[in-house]
Design a protein around this ligand. Structure first.
Ligand code: NI
Length: 185
């Protein structure tokens, strides 16, 4: 089932998230729905607050990059209760977008490597260093669990440049070709 994506201005994007356990109701169904929602909107990642849920759950799908990055062939992974434990010292900049911010694409500087702890879908514990494109996507998604959106990471100047677009998103004055739940219609 495709879920509507909450867009900029929706309070849930700025609400504290809670960890989940095995008893979370219909977790498998929720994860399947999040994957379906992400794929239908051509996203590479989706965090639970973007579908209105204040829980620490993220899905990432990188198969669409597998032509250039064969290591991401069939990469579809749910991360439960993920945390960035450590950051590498090197950084780089890359243009990011976000399904909750249709029409906005901006360069964001982030560490190229991160150590992440999380549970997989079978609730096995992991703690590993991640690099490459996945490191960027997971930082973007875990940010969502910590009430941070990619525009919060822009320089004051760039933030000023997207102010008008943000206002339009906030006011529901935008178009996108996937199902959304804006603050105002
Ligand atoms: Ni996002």
């Amino acid at each position: 089932m495709i879920l509507p994506i909450y867009t900029y201005g929706q309070p849930v994007l700025k609400k504290e998230t809670e960890e989940i356990d095995k008893d979370y109701p219909q977790l498998k169904e929720l994860i399947d729905n999040m994957f379906e929602t992400m794929e239908k909107s051509d996203g590479v990642g989706l965090a639970a607050p973007q579908v209105g849920l204040s829980i620490r759950l993220v899905v990432i799908g990188l198969d669409c990059l597998s032509d250039e990055h064969p290591e991401y062939k069939d990469f579809n992974k749910a991360f439960i209760n993920p945390y960035i434990e450590e950051y590498g010292t090197e950084t780089d900049g890359y243009e990011e977008g976000c399904l909750s911010f249709p029409g906005i694409h901006e360069k964001v500087v982030r560490p190229t490597k991160v150590r992440v702890s999380y549970l997989d879908q079978d609730f096995n514990e992991h703690d590993e260093w991640i690099d490459g494109f996945l490191a960027r996507v997971i930082q973007h998604e875990v940010d969502h669990l910590d009430q941070t959106c990619f525009v919060d990471r822009l320089s004051p100047l760039r933030k000023q440049m997207v102010k008008g677009k943000l206002k339009n998103l906030h006011d529901g004055k935008f178009y996108c070709d996937y199902k959304v739940k804006p603050l105002k219609k």
